[in-house]
Design a protein around this ligand. Structure first.
Ligand code: HEC
Ligand code: HEC
Length: 368
């Protein structure tokens, strides 16, 4: 009996170690998905002046609180010239000018005095936001004196006050967008996308943060996000910010109709040239090291660049597992997504979870 057990153990350990001998066997290729086409110029226009949120802070109120922006880094005209690059001034169907936060809050950064659209913003500070609430007295005053303005503000206010305490980070420079999406999803009906005050999903307590990937990398990728969760139609994932204030799925469909153009714009971006001096000798040495040790996973650069599009098992990469065991791996979140408006219609999003609870070696990380 004992002999059989020992023998079985031996066979198992041999089988298991065999599975680890060739690391390359475990690198899983990510298949490509077809994407919408669009007009890059229109996409840029929409990103920097479009109304992908239909509710926001009334313009007068915003300027009273923040003043007029010092710089007009996007070179915009009209009222957009008076707000920073991370905001758009848009006109509601009720003829109110509102200020909405945009993708560029997280996806643009000034470096060496120049604004780079598409560079992840490492200065954005989410570490002290839980106390940022609009004072009740100010809201009451607006309700009484400017009902149309209040109406245009209402959905934004509700979402802002609900979400802010949930996405505070421990330090600055990291980004809680994954959690923001999870919290918003918890307050929305999957089919109609309408708001519910009581969350319909339990969102795990921890705020698991990530970096913000550069937009010019997206065109190389067969899946979006660090965990490669974003499969199917990319534009559907790109428009998820609309969940902040969306009134219903017909509004989402209107916003969605612009996101083929937004994807075309993102795909038109090229990595900017590093503006500071580079030590050519060291760079040449680094290139060799990169070729020998890194490019099988991270790809090659230059004229004939390649990008492997691989999922790397957790036991191979051995980085902190928190990200790939959290966020989008929550089954309730996936069920919501797969039953939602986002997964329907002619261009469905098809999220793919990476965690299998049965076998630990099925935990993968996508390569960004
Ligand atoms: C609150 C900050 C924030 C806002 C606002 C935001 N994003 Fe992101 N975005 C992120 C973070 C963080 C990630 C990475 C998440 C991950 O991989 O887990 C991301 C990922 C992406 C990616 C995926 C890139 C890749 O290579 O996988 C694209 C493209 C993108 N966002 C576009 C947009 C667009 C378009 C908007 C506006 C409609 C937007 N984002 C709004 C923070 C933000
Ligand atoms: C076996 C595949 C593999 C090899 C080989 C590899 N990496 Fe990575 N690398 C990854 C994965 C997977 C991640 C994401 C890990 C995570 O987020 O926990 C990563 C992350 C990174 C990051 C952080 C990227 C970001 O967006 O935050 C850098 C920088 C990096 N690797 C550089 C290198 C360098 C330099 C080498 C060679 C010396 C190398 N890697 C070799 C798989 C690999």
């Amino acid at each position: 009996m004992r002999k059989t057990a020992v023998l079985l153990c031996l066979i198992f350990s041999i089988l298991f170690s065999a599975a680890f001998i060739n690391r390359d066997d475990q690198l899983i290729p990510i298949p490509a998905c077809s994407q919408r086409t669009g007009n890059a110029e229109k996409g840029y226009e929409y990103l920097t002046s479009g109304d992908f949120l239909k509710s926001g802070v009334p313009y007068g109120f915003f300027i009273m609180k923040n003043g007029v922006a010092k710089d007009n880094l996007l070179g915009r005209t009209g009222k957009n010239a008076n707000v920073e690059e991370g905001y758009n001034v848009v006109h509601t169907s009720d003829s109110v000018d509102i200020v909405i936060p945009t993708c560029l809050q997280c996806h643009s950064q000034v470096f060496e005095g120049k604004l780079y659209v598409g560079l992840g913003n490492t200065f954005k500070d989410f570490s002290n936001i839980s106390n940022q609430r609009v004072p009740g007295a100010g809201i009451k005053f607006m309700q009484a004196s400017a009902p149309r303005q209040y109406n245009a503000f209402k959905a934004f206010l509700q979402s802002y006050n609900t979400v802010n305490p949930e996405i505070e980070t421990e330090i600055r420079g990291v980004n809680p967008a994954d959690r923001l999406a999870a919290v918003l999803v918890a307050h929305r009906d999957p089919k109609t996308l309408m708001w519910t005050d009581t969350p319909i999903l339990n969102v795990p307590a921890s705020v698991v943060v990530t970096d913000v990937p550069a937009w010019w990398l997206l065109k190389k990728k067969n899946a979006m996000f660090y965990t490669a969760f974003g499969r199917g139609d990319f534009s559907k994932f790109l428009m998820m910010s609309n969940l902040l204030t969306v009134s219903d799925s017909s509004e989402a469909s209107e916003v969605d109709s612009h996101f083929g153009d937004v994807l075309a714009y993102i795909n038109s971006l090229e990595p900017p040239k590093y503006p500071c001096p580079i030590d050519k000798k060291l760079a040449a040495e680094g290139k060799l090291i990169f070729g020998d040790n890194c490019q099988d996973c991270h790809g090659t650069y230059g004229a004939n660049s390649t990008y492997p599009n691989l999922l790397i098992p957790g036991n191979v990469i051995q980085t902190d597992s928190l990200l790939f065991t959290a966020n989008q791996q929550n089954n309730k979140f996936l069920d919501w997504f797969n039953n939602s408006w986002f997964a329907q219609g002619p261009n469905p999003a098809k999220p793919v979870p990476i965690l299998s609870t049965q076998v630990a070696i099925n935990i993968f990380l996508a390569l960004s």
